[in-house]
Design a protein around this ligand. Structure first.
Ligand code: GLN
Length: 451
């Protein structure tokens, strides 16, 4: 913990941590030592972690990457972080992220972007670590923690993991409690870990998971020891390769990466099957209707009355308007506008209802796929990490980053990104494995075989 506290302080130029909690970290580590000395101690005893700033941490500033939360210090702890502390983990601080988790590059954070610790051999320019969990991924990749919490609404665990050569898993919807996690799009949001190895990710997910009566969508199912799946033989498993994911303009190196993944799994004894997910092309438009719709509703609570920022204005309406005008960034405002529009009378049926129907079709596609395969293999993202500022002026170009990840959230399935080597410029690339509901175990076995 001491070494990590020092490394975090020395790496401030990366901007991965928004809040450092060195005193708390050292006190937690001492308590861990005492438990270990007594022969007690949990499965994560003394393991220093970074926490995405979307998780409420009791008494520790929680911003969700936004100015509107001001100096908000929650009076309660999120269930996921409480589970980690119960098992002995140590908190190093809170990690930077896109504002309210809306973004794919960490550039919508009100506190500035995070820099990817990886540099391209060709240009050496600063790159994005991906988003929205950019702080989590960068901190893990730069050895500023042993693992981190993250959240994934449309790819925010898996894409940053791919961009930083780390492992990230979004579990089945309902596996981890959302209680105390600042809400973006509640029917899509899931917590999960980003870690250095598949085994570390498995250990963290075991601790983070579990039924929570405080979240009505939390699943009341047993949590297996996920680490026991790592290293299990994968011989005989059927791996689907969805043909619709071979999108137009897919860079040759992403195609080659995918092919390499197929070869590795074949060598490990898997059977490769061709699969069709015919509604894939509607996933991105459906996601960018459902997610903003839910966000516009969830973010209505930031009214200048209940949290941090309150603008100085004459009337109640002016306080609302001014607070929201000053407190939210451009991307968040864009989502609120889109969401309010698609939910409004006269447009609801054409957009929101339609998107919900598409969502059903996408889930049905996966259900059909599970008749012939046990998991699916795809690239995690359509490119390696791109330069800071490269896509920030074009929201649609930014949204295209999520092309391989949003289907998983729309269908509530588990998906893992595992590092799969480097591109021609020496940048990490990730492969994604998608599993049946609650079958994270198989994903850990397969990811272990790819790793
Ligand atoms: N990039 C996607 C978005 O901006 C996903 C974000 C996320 O998973 N939190 O909505």
């Amino acid at each position: 913990t001491q070494a990590h506290v020092e490394a975090v302080a020395a790496a401030r130029p990366l901007n991965a941590y928004l809040v450092e909690t060195p005193d708390q970290a050292l006190a937690m580590a001492e308590a861990s030592d005492a438990r270990i000395a007594k022969g007690e101690g949990g499965p994560l005893e003394g393991i220093p972690l970074g926490i995405k700033d979307l998780f409420c941490t009791e008494g520790v500033r929680t911003t969700a990457g936004s100015k509107i939360l001001g100096d908000f210090k929650p009076t309660y702890e999120s269930t996921v972080t409480a589970n980690l502390w119960r098992d002995g983990a140590v908190m190093l601080g809170k990690l930077n992220m896109d504002e309210f988790a809306m973004g794919s590059s960490n550039e919508t954070s009100a506190f500035g972007p995070v820099t990817n610790p990886w540099r391209s051999g060709a240009s050496n320019k600063p790159l994005t670590p991906g988003g929205s969990s950019g702080g989590s991924a960068a901190a893990v990749a730069a050895d500023l923690c042993l693992g981190a919490t993250a959240t994934d609404t449309g790819g925010s665990i898996r894409q940053p993991a791919a961009f930083t050569g780390t492992v990230g898993i979004k579990p089945t919807y309902g596996r981890c409690s959302r209680w105390g996690v600042v809400a973006f799009a509640s029917s899509l949001d899931q917590a999960g870990p980003i870690a250095k190895t598949v085994e570390d990710a498995a250990m963290l997910l075991t601790s983070m998971s579990g039924h929570d009566p405080k979240d009505s969508t939390s699943l009341n199912v047993d949590v297996p020891d996920f680490a026991s799946f790592v290293g299990k033989p994968v011989k005989g498993l059927r791996i689907g390769v969805p043909r619709e994911y071979r999108v137009d303009n897919m860079p040759a190196e992403i195609d080659a990466l995918w092919q390499k993944g197929v070869e590795w799994l074949k060598e490990a004894g898997c059977e490769i099957v061709d699969v069709s997910l015919p509604h894939t092309k509607y996933a991105l438009p459906a996601y960018y209707i459902v997610a903003p719709a839910e966000a516009s509703s969830n973010l209505a609570r930031y009214d200048g009355m209940r949290y941090g920022l309150r603008a100085d204005a004459k009337s109640l309406t002016d306080v609302y308007e001014e607070t929201r005008a000053q407190g939210f960034g451009t991307e968040v405002k864009r989502r609120i506008l889109i969401g309010t529009y698609v939910l409004s009378h006269g447009y609801y049926d054409a957009y929101y209802l339609k998107a919900q129907k598409v969502r059903r079709r996408i889930a049905d596609d996966f259900d059909r796929a599970w008749e012939t395969c046990d998991a699916l293999l795809t690239p995690t993202a359509p490119s390696a990490a791109f330069g800071l500022g490269e896509n920030s002026a074009d929201p649609v170009a930014m949204y295209l980053n999520d092309i391989f990840t949003v289907t998983v959230n729309l269908a509530g399935l588990p998906g893992i990104s595992v590092p799969a080597g480097l591109d021609a410029n020496g940048l990490p690339l990730g492969l994604q494995l998608i599993g049946r509901p609650l079958d994270e175990g198989t994903l850990f076995s397969l990811a272990g075989a790819v790793e």
